[in-house]
Design a binder for this molecule. Structure first.
Ligand code: PLP
Length: 217
């Protein structure tokens, strides 16, 4: 597949859902991909990317930002508190705020530096023990705590269990966002971004369908 094809499918999904195309942001997930592939997508004019590791992003995005204008890079993977300072400097948004300790660290750094990326709170909609995110029943309280710390919470993010119908999880995330007055919904990947758009996604995170399979070799 390719960027053009994914863009066309997003256009179609927006039409089918009666949504404004401008309300759906495509995050091209470039983790693990060779620099040539990332460069090719930048050269086609795409400017919004996602990475899941601080270290990996630090190794490639400063150079790409120097070479291309208006690049945005979001962190979509787990963040350790000891890398929070680096993450604040590197990323335009963090989609993986998932625990009080991280929220407190981000709030302290935001005060100190006077800046903070847009934040999404990750919700573990499937309540999977190995997965990051607050469980749905803790989400309202955690969102309130983050807001009380003046953190710029823009929305929620989820990563549905691999073998369940993702739309149930997207609908749950949308419901939690709505009752908390949050506009942002980071949900949907290569295999399910169209149903995420149907259920209100504002940020879809698409990797392999744009760049090809990741080679972890
Ligand atoms: C890797 C990753 C994606 C993209 O996955 P694809 O299936 O390649 O589209 C999306 N979200 C997160 C959190 C990821 O880690």
């Amino acid at each position: 597949m390719s960027l053009t094809e994914i863009e066309a499918r997003i256009d179609q999904a927006c039409i089918a859902a009666g949504r404004d195309r401008a309300d759906v942001h495509l995050i091209a997930v470039s983790k693990v991909q060779p620099n040539e592939r990332v460069q090719a997508v930048l050269s086609q004019g795409h400017r919004h990317f996602g990475e899941n590791k601080v270290q990996e992003a630090a190794g490639k995005w400063p150079d790409f930002r120097a070479a291309f204008e208006d690049v945005k890079v979001d962190l979509i993977g787990p963040l350790q508190t000891n890398k929070a300072r680096q993450a604040i400097e590197l990323f335009d948004a963090i989609h993986s705020v998932d625990r009080p300790k991280l929220a407190k660290t981000l709030a302290r750094l935001a005060q100190e530096t006077g800046a903070c990326p847009d934040l999404f709170i990750q919700v573990n909609t499937g309540e999977e023990p190995q997965k990051a995110g607050v469980i749905p029943s803790d989400a309202d309280a955690f969102i309130a705590d983050c807001r009380a710390m003046d953190l710029p919470v823009k929305g929620l993010m989820c990563l549905p269990p691999a073998h369940e119908e993702p739309s149930l999880h997207f609908a749950l995330l949308a419901k939690i966002a709505e009752r908390n007055g949050l506009a942002g919904l980071s949900m949907g990947m290569s295999g399910d971004f169209e149903s995420a758009i149907a259920l209100g996604a504002t940020h879809v995170r698409v990797g392999s369908a744009i760049f090809g399979e990741r080679d972890y070799g």
